[in-house]
Design a protein around this ligand. Structure first.
Ligand SMILES: Nc1nc2c(ncn2[C@@H]2O[C@H](COP(=O)(O)OP(=O)(O)OP(=O)(O)O)[C@@H](O)[C@H]2O)c(=O)[nH]1
Ligand SMILES: [Mg+2]
Length: 465
């Protein structure tokens, strides 16, 4: 590699295996950089005998990868050429499709590395796509979400972000702020020009509208997190109310042991399923007792509380065929919001009138029978609603933690701007806050972003992506 290449990282040509490790139908080595074709062709001999320099963009050529040192044939391959800027990275990209053996694809890679390419860093192809303006930063991040999606809804949201879903929303808000800034600055720069002096009330309204837009996006951050990481839903209640039966009913199979003996479940039982496209970890717990009778029960209670600590949602179950006990109320008071009150065993004659529950617990319960399955679908719908699951026909917007932080900063700046206006502050100062908000939105798209942030983002990518 020449000095010039090392001096400017975007002048060099990078290469990596783009397919997963192991044996496969094909194995792909991808190269990107100004000399991708030249480097590849030091080791590629086309079957047609044509001069590779004349290959047109977006064409495929059969040939062999040959070790230029020894002349040994390494693999029979197809070479794909995408010339700049019509490629993933915006640079010249060459893909060598080999036979997909562990050794053969590795040998193709080492051959191109010995012939002028540098091994790519994690996410470096996508990083180049970002730096060359093929994707904005929110889109580049979406590439990773697409690869990692756990459910179809998660994939749909990631693809939407990749296609510019989040970026479009942020850009809309940005445009509004830019026009606001122009109004403010015009009044600062040419106060005597007889321009229509903007009404403070009107400006406040315009800022408020953007704040609302930001707020709606920030609300989506929880959805995004749940989609990525999954939601923890914990089932609690006193012994024998039917917690394990409900878990089984929700899963549609006999996962947890159910018995007439109170205290059947001693430990937490966890199982994965999904509601509305959100991956859910459903956790059944040991029966809730106010005063544990033995050390085993005490340990069960400790585990129940630990599970509640990390819960995104709690289902509190009471037995509808039995009177309301103090431990029912205690079980209801333990988890934070959001929580759902479920009155189970509704197939049996009720011990109390249904209206009593609202008075004692402060919320309307959901009536279920884990035995007959009645009400279980309603419970699933309630879970979906509270977790922000996919409404019919509507896809998620993926707002990640990095976006959220920047959006919240923008929101704070705008609140400051609006307060400033209300207090009669000079437009110059108000404009400063609006500028701050614009900067924060620019970070979401990657218009203003530091090397460290980029390193952090692309660090999580795999090599070859
Ligand atoms: N009739 C009726 N019986 C139910 C219902 N749900 C559960 N049961 C019965 O209630 C008993 C206790 O059910 P479990 O699911 O083990 O209750 P649990 O809350 O997990 O109990 P512990 O693990 O001991 O805390 C079993 O005999 C179940 O068959 C229901 O909806 N209707
Ligand atoms: Mg149980």
């Amino acid at each position: 590699m020449s000095r010039a290449e090392t001096a400017d990282p975007f002048q060099d040509t990078i290469a990596a295996i783009a397919t997963p490790p192991g044996e496969g139908g094909i194995g792909i080595v991808r190269l990107s950089g100004p000399r991708a074709l030249e480097v590849a062709c030091r080791a590629f001999s086309p079957s047609s005998g044509a001069d590779p320099r004349g290959f047109a963009s977006h064409t495929i050529h059969r040939g062999h990868v040959v070790d230029p040192g020894t002349g040994a044939v390494i693999d029979e391959v197809l070479l794909l050429l995408m010339r700049a800027p019509r490629s993933y990275t915006g640079e010249e990209v060459v893909e060598l499709h080999g036979h997909g053996g562990r050794v053969s694809v590795q040998s193709i890679l080492s051959t191109v590395l010995r012939n002028g390419a540098r091994a790519a860093l994690p996410g470096e192809f996508t990083r180049r796509a970002f730096l060359n303006g093929r994707l904005d930063l929110a889109q580049a991040e979406a590439v990773l979400e697409v690869v990692r999606a756990k459910t179809e809804a998660g994939l749909k949201a990631a693809v939407r972000q990749l296609q510019g879903g989040l970026s479009g929303l942020v850009q809309g808000l940005r445009r509004e702020l830019l026009s606001l800034l122009a109004t403010l600055e015009a009044s600062v720069d040419f106060p005597e020009e007889g321009l229509d002096f903007p009404e403070v009330g009107e400006l406040e309204k315009r800022i408020y509208r953007v704040e609302e837009g930001l707020h709606a996006l920030i609300q989506k951050a929880r959805e995004g997190r749940l989609l990525r990481e999954g939601a923890k839903v914990v089932i609690v209640g006193r012994p024998n109310v039917g917690k394990s039966s409900l878990l089984n009913a929700l899963l549609g199979r006999e996962r947890a042991i159910v018995s007439v003996i109170p205290g059947t479940t001693r430990d937490t039982v966890e199982e994965e399923f999904q509601v509305g496209g959100i991956p859910v970890r459903l956790i059944d717990t040991a029966g809730f007792r106010q005063e544990p009778g033995d050390p085993l029960e005490a340990e069960g209670l400790r585990r129940t509380r630990a599970a509640l600590e990390q819960a995104d949602l709690a289902i509190v179950v009471v037995d509808g065929s039995d009177h309301i006990a103090p431990s029912d109320l205690q079980a209801w008071s333990e988890p934070r919001e959001p929580r759902i009150l479920v009155v189970n065993k509704s197939d049996l004659p009720p011990a109390v009138s249904p209206a009593i529950y609202e008075g004692r617990f402060g919320v309307q319960p959901l009536f279920t029978s884990a035995l007959s399955g009645q009400g279980v679908e309603d419970l699933r719908k309630a879970l979906q609603r509270l977790l922000g699951g996919e409404a019919e026909g509507e896809a998620f917007t993926m707002v990640g933690p990095r976006h959220r932080e920047a959006l919240e900063r923008a929101e704070r700046q705008l609140l400051g701007a609006r307060k400033g206006l209300g207090e009669g502050l000079s437009f110059e100062f108000v404009a400063l806050d609006v500028r701050g908000a614009l900067g924060a939105l620019g970070e979401v798209l990657g218009e203003t972003v530091t090397e460290e942030v980029l390193d952090q983002i692309f660090h999580d990518f795999c090599i070859g992506k």
